[in-house]
Write a protein that binds this ligand. Sequence first.
Ligand code: GCU
Length: 837
Amino acid sequence: MRVLFFLAPLLGSATAENGLAGWLRHASLSCSHQCQSKLPANIIALNATESSPVYTAGIELQQGLKGIYGSHVDISHDKCQTPSAAVIVGTLEQYRKTCGSLKDVPDLDGDGFWIDTKDTVVHILGSNEKGALYGAFEYLSMLAQGNFSEVAYATNPVAPIRWVNEWDNMDGSIERGYGGPSIFFKDGAIVEDLTRVKQYARLLASIRVNAVVVNNVNANATLLTTENLEGLGRIADVFRPYGVQVGVSLNYASPETFGGLDTFDPLDASVIKWWTNITDQIYEHVPDLAGYLVKANSEGQPGPLTYNRTLAEGANLFANALQPHGGIVMFRAFVYDQLNETNWTADRAKAAVEFFKELDGKFDENVVVQIKYGPIDFQVREPVSPLFANLFNTSTAIELQVTQEYLGQQSHLVYLPPLWKTILDFDLRIDHKASLTRDVYSGKHFNRKLGGSAAVVNVGTNTTWLGSHLAMSNLYAYGRLAWDPTDDPKGMLQDWIRLTFGFDEKVLDAITQMSMESWPAYENYSGNLGIQTLTDILYTHYGPNPASQDDNGWGQWTRADRTSIGMDRTVSNGTGYSGQYPDEIAAMYEDIDTTPDNLLLWFHHVNYTHQLHSGKTVIQHFYDAHYSGAETAQYLLAQWQSLKGKIDEERYEHVVRRLEYQAGHSIIWRDAINDFYHNLSGIPDQFKRVGRHPWRIEAENMSLDGYRPYTVSPFETASGSVAIVTTSNETVGTATTNIKLPSGTYDLAVNYYDLYGGKSQWGVYVNDKKVGEWQGNNEDVFSHTPSIYLDGHSATRLKFRDVKVKKGDTLKIIGKPDGVEPAPLDYVALLPQGIVD
Ligand code: GCU
């Protein structure tokens, strides 16, 4: 392959850089004469029907070429002229009919396509219309990256199911959504203006996603009113020209709660009839509905078990109703019961296999069991769900999460594909043979027709879609991996960077490095060695709260006590979970010596002094990892800042704010987790960092006027476990101290709490001269779920750089409360250059 890159050293100037265009900016290349010669003179789109994906491909090519080259190119539809330079897009079949045969095109399957740029005539031919559109986006992606290589290849998807799941509620809110309200729903109905839906359709088609489930898995049956079904039809009409089918989540109890029957028993004739009717009605509005997504008997949702019917009987109910229409049922395997931690063998991780293994082979052909990547719930690291190795005669799909529920909620940069790859590339050794997870869910391993991927995405009306520009690399890469799970996380990332930010080498290197370091850093400063994320599982799933994992029925336990930690999931002495894997994998996890360090505490209960393969003790690993993770987070910010002037102001500043916040919040994580386990185990940090902060001035130790001490819970989310709050919600508080450090220039860090329900204001003064001020408006600025308490979610750390002070100067913080937020403050730190704290 001859690779030609005509690189323009420009950002590529598109209009407003607010993120709306995502990776489809198709920014101007400011093309040289050489690259202008690659501009096709004509676009031939072999379908003239406006709602067809091939027609859309013509329009996309026209708009994309206009953006990239600045030139208008005409589109024609019906004939197959080949002027000196043209791009022809259509299905292979249509091409053969209109233009005759074409040599060298290999077999295409599924939604695959053939692209050939070697000739003066560029051929983009799909096995179907969708494939042709994907090929058009592929061609534009190459051009937009300045890649004028002469290529001729076919590409086919690994699996037919490449879906996204939106968790949008009918009222317009989004469960675990961090990018604003729904683009689909508002106040119980479908929104009138579907402009954003169309823009989303473009993004999805460009990454070859072929279906979108528009409503929350915790489904509300009111989606099924006639008016809403009409609205659903409008949504589907918008997605259709992009080859994206619509699917819906169902509430299992709908026949009773919505249909007025006195039962929702899946074997009851009236229930069967009810679902058949509703399904027929839905297909009247959406003739090409992709199918249903069902969360049944899970986390309080109704399901067939209520009537002692099996989950398979429950799924087949929908399969039968959908079958005549060609739809499929995605039936979620996320089924588990509340458990009692006093039972040493109780284990939520075992639930999916326990519920589903015996049903293998009992699901209808159009049912796909949708399995979260790990057995618990989207944690920072999990072993692959053993259910993939227990269903031999059932189609499966893997469920990933683009929305970063337990992974920083888009207020932290975490590039997820390296995490996903630990699962996709894992060899389950089914029957002692190579059996990669990706070959199992794609259907290849067990020779099944259906299979694939679904990702929880949760885009919102924010122009950044997900609440953060950098988080979009996860959506982009998801689509790429759903098509080809062998794709390389770094390579996909770099394509995304060039498309999103242009191809300045420095920009490419910095964002690549930041992104690739981000998941390891996040794992380091949150939960290590397979202990799970250690976020607050009972509230927002955002900030640190290790104690919340235990002493409740949710089964995300750590079993941490004064001497030991971890879940014993062995067969010999624990829950028996390791035995759910095929023999070779079971044996590896059963034995502490062959269990990798990064999953040690997932499988074994050990003393804090247990020595890892790395040679460190568990507790020292915790301490070191948290220091190293937080240090990397500081570096992410510095790397981004090195790009000032190379990225447009709008996106540069947006990202700076998030990375500054993450740098601060990573220190909050670090200290909370380290203090918690230090306190619990009583084992000191070998390097004497934990609990020792020589540069900090605790707010509660300052002279207070209008402020009072406040003991924070959980204790580890405040330095020294105490913060200060104003004595009333109207009183302005002042905290004063004398600086005892040597005179010099310091970075001044402040730790405060930003609660939902108020926008306090703080000012920091040295000898009455203001050196910094800020407002408690995180709820408006950042994407994560806000908190109404002083805790690890609301704790925020800010830094003012290069503050000059003299020994003996007065340092004063004035806090003005607002609403329910009493201007809370934890500490101030004066940090000499180069000290993180
Ligand atoms: C997680 C998440 C819930 C969601 C559930 C699911 O538990 O916190 O918000 O409903 O997963 O996947 O069904």
